[in-house]
Design a protein around this ligand. Structure first.
Ligand code: PAF
Length: 282
């Protein structure tokens, strides 16, 4: 596996691959790799000649400096995981100046309002940061296909919108949420939880499964009340938000319309760690 530590070595590598006509699959990450990331590479392997990942903790997408500081970083461990997986041909680990040659600042994007829902309300500026880094990585890596986990469903929708609006020749592929046996969605942030809190957090997935079943018989305001009650009873957990939204517009709804698809979205703070999850409602 090639470890590409700056833009110049990346450019030389990409040029060689393009000359050979290789089809490139790309999965960007912020490191702290886990099985959820490996599932992105597995998907990418099926559809491309070459799989590239990146590791870059993007400062502009953190609206909370403490969160940025606490974000788990261990590049050597990540490189080992990638090497042992045998799934990735090259990893790009840029310096800040390779992504932000002038100011470490986001561009401003219009994602047709997708950016104003859910995480956009809780984390102002977050999606401008994500858009900026992903667009730059796309321009440098020039992938044919790019893979994003459905755990960050709003991010996935926003990246699809960016590619459409900027007319980038890249197919964006969503990959199903990878869950631990307990049902907890895998996330780099889980590393900050003690084992017993990880175990307790399976309640998030259990609550989402209940929502799916309630959605056939119960009104959305009643479902919201039931969810609030579940989390009120959990020590050390605060429900930041729970809502049901249209899968395409991401707008919250209080009523199911027959011709639309819906998804439940939840954010719970467990011992100060912000856990996010979602589920398509069948
Ligand atoms: O999902 C993430 O890990 C990040 O938001 C991403 C897409 C790598 C951009 O920094």
């Amino acid at each position: 596996m090639e470890v590409l530590k700056n833009k110049k070595t990346l450019q030389d590598f990409i040029e060689r691959q393009k000359e050979m006509g290789k089809r490139i699959g790309f999965a960007p990450t912020m490191g702290a790799l886990h099985k959820g990331h490996l599932s992105l590479y597995e998907e990418a392997r099926k559809e491309n000649d070459l799989v590239i990942s990146s590791i870059f903790v993007n400062p502009t997408q953190f609206n909370n400096p403490e969160d940025l500081e606490k974000y788990p970083r261990d590049v050597n461990r990540d490189i080992l995981i990638l090497q042992n997986s045998g799934l990735v041909d090259a990893v790009y680990i840029p310096e800040v100046a390779d992504i932000y040659p002038e100011k470490t600042e986001s561009q401003h994007y219009d994602f047709d309002g997708l950016e104003n829902e859910m995480e956009g309300k809780s984390r102002p500026g977050h999606f401008d940061g994500v858009g900026t880094v992903v667009e730059e990585l796309f321009r440098q890596i020039q992938p044919d296909n790019a893979y994003f986990g459905e755990k960050d469903f709003q991010q996935l929708a926003i990246i699809k919108k960016m590619v459409e609006k900027k007319k980038l020749p890249i197919k964006i592929k969503g990959v199903s949420i990878y869950r631990a046996e307990s049902g907890l969605a895998l996330s780099s942030r889980n590393q900050r939880l003690h084992e017993d809190r990880k175990e307790a957090s399976k309640i998030i997935y259990e609550a989402l499964k209940k929502v799916d079943s309630w959605s056939k018989t119960t009104t959305i305001p009643d479902i919201k009340e039931k969810i609030q009650e579940i989390f009120d009873q959990q020590q050390g957990m605060q429900l930041e938000y729970f809502l049901i939204a249209d899968e395409e517009t991401l707008k919250e709804t209080d009523f199911f319309h027959e011709d639309r698809s819906y998804r439940a979205f939840i954010v719970v703070i467990v011992d100060g760690v912000r856990l996010i999850d979602n589920m398509h409602l069948s």
